[in-house]
Ligand binder design. Structure first.
Ligand code: ATP
Length: 420
């Protein structure tokens, strides 16, 4: 087998490395492809990323003797499609014919979860006798090597459909009703096509790249069935990828004290500060565990998810899922594990007239001026909690590629509240 990894060929102004992979799948089809090409999402916090930090890998059913020809075809396609003019485009191409060893798997998982240096990727690839091609600063080899090495212990599929090149500049044409009908007919085996609560189509980008839409789901069969239901502008080509999207593979388990910027975590803690809003509707609250605390954020685009965040009070036990930036967890999911009692101290009520009493002076308790009744101290009011225990997620319109959809989580002991 020959593994061909590619990354970092596109720019914000156009192209998409998935498109290059789709073209290469066609040009290399003479060798025979084993399995679906792999669309691997890497650490979503990497500052160099163009959009979704994707890297691609094709696996050819060929021995080392086919390496020269595969390499020639791959490099020619990179030369033809990569956006070299963008200073942030630094393509990397890696070819390998060998075993996917434990050190390659370990490296790849680190690229999904952590930050690695270009030199580490180069050294590792060369140690395995891989052919490594770096264009410009060649940062793309970091992802290209990870796409080859990653073990997909969990995976989903995505069908990507691309536009006719002549239409790139024009608005995308998709029949809304057909998209909603496709979603209704195939959910929960496909997901994140539309955001029902916020009434938007989310499976089609608005960026100037060749992608018309991407349908995500459980199996290639359901994706093909879903595609057949859509009425859209002409599709130039489409391809199904096996992917680590929707797997939570980016999340590290850790303690609040250890959580570092640019990584993503699952952190358990107790709410220490209820949510407060800042301009723009972004909400912030804080959680703590054994002395360390961390801020958590639900930004405005997370829409209705913020209602859950708003209803948390100090003492609630939660588990938060998301990326850390500036010591703040940017929430992707939230599990409410235990609800604290909502007990509030209020001025006592007068037993005669039913109105709130007033302070009778420092250390003097409370009194009703009208009825002359007295109470020694503040009264306690218990409020019923409105939020339910269980797992909550941000809506599809705010979902990250790697975030595992709640409908993909089977935990009988935990109530789930999927957002669709
Ligand atoms: P494309 O569709 O072209 O892949 P993108 O949004 O996926 O666009 P890239 O343009 O590939 O982003 O830019 C990401 C760059 O960061 C790549 O060069 C990749 O090799 C590198 N990279 C990805 N993950 C890591 C990581 N964990 N540590 C260091 N570098 C990384």
């Amino acid at each position: 087998m020959i593994y061909l990894g590619i990354d970092d060929t596109d720019s914000k102004l156009g192209m998409c490395t998935t498109y290059l992979a789709a073209v290469l799948a066609e040009r290399l089809s003479g060798f025979g492809l084993t399995d679906y090409p792999r669309l691997i999402r890497l650490n979503p916090n990497i500052k160099y990323k163009t959009r979704g930090n994707a890297a691609l890998c094709l696996t050819l059913d060929a021995g080392p003797e086919a390496m020269d020809e595969a390499e020639r075809i791959a490099l020619e396609a990179v030369g033809e499609f990569a956006r070299f003019e963008d200073e942030n485009t630094n393509p990397g191409v890696v070819l390998y014919s060998g075993e996917i060893t434990a050190d390659l798997k370990e490296y790849a998982l680190r690229v999904v979860r952590d930050v690695v240096e270009i030199e580490e990727a180069e050294t590792l690839a060369r140690r395995h006798g891989m052919r490594v091609h770096r264009f410009k600063n060649g940062r793309g080899i970091v992802g290209a090597l990870a796409a080859i090495g990653l073990e997909l212990y969990d995976f989903t599929y995505e069908l990507l459909a691309y536009r006719m090149p002549g239409n790139y500049e024009k608005p995308r044409q998709l029949d809304r009703d057909s998209v909603y009908a496709m979603d209704a007919a195939t959910y929960p085996d496909t997901w994140d096509n539309v955001d029902l609560a916020n009434r938007v189509i989310v499976f089609s980008p608005h960026t100037p790249d060749p992608v018309l839409y991407g349908i995500r789901g459980n199996s290639p069969e359901v994706l093909r069935r879903a595609q057949a239901m859509l009425k859209t502008e002409p599709v130039e080509r489409s391809i199904i990828f096996r992917t680590n999207q929707g797997t939570d593979m980016h999340l590290l388990c850790g303690s609040i004290a250890e959580a570092r910027d640019d990584r993503s975590y699952v952190l358990k803690g107790t709410v220490t500060e209820a949510a407060h809003a800042i301009e723009g509707g972004h909400l912030f609250f804080a959680i703590g565990d054994g002395g360390a605390t961390i801020k958590c954020a639900a930004f405005e685009p997370t829409k209705g998810f913020r209602n859950v965040v708003k209803s948390l009070i100090p003492g609630d036990e939660v588990r938060v899922f998301g990326s850390v930036k500036d010591r703040t967890v940017n929430l992707e999911k939230l599990e409410v594990i235990r609800l604290a009692e909502d007990v509030r101290k209020v001025t006592p009520i007068c037993p005669s007239c039913g109105r709130h009493m007033e302070s009778a002076g420092a250390g003097q308790g409370y009194r009703c001026r009208r009825c002359k009744t007295k109470a020694p101290a503040m009264a306690v009011e218990r409020h019923e909690r409105t939020v339910e225990k269980g797992l909550y997620e941000v809506p599809p319109s705010a979902r990250r590629h790697l975030a595992r959809q709640i409908i993909r989580i089977r935990q009988p002991w935990c109530a789930v509240h999927p957002s669709r």
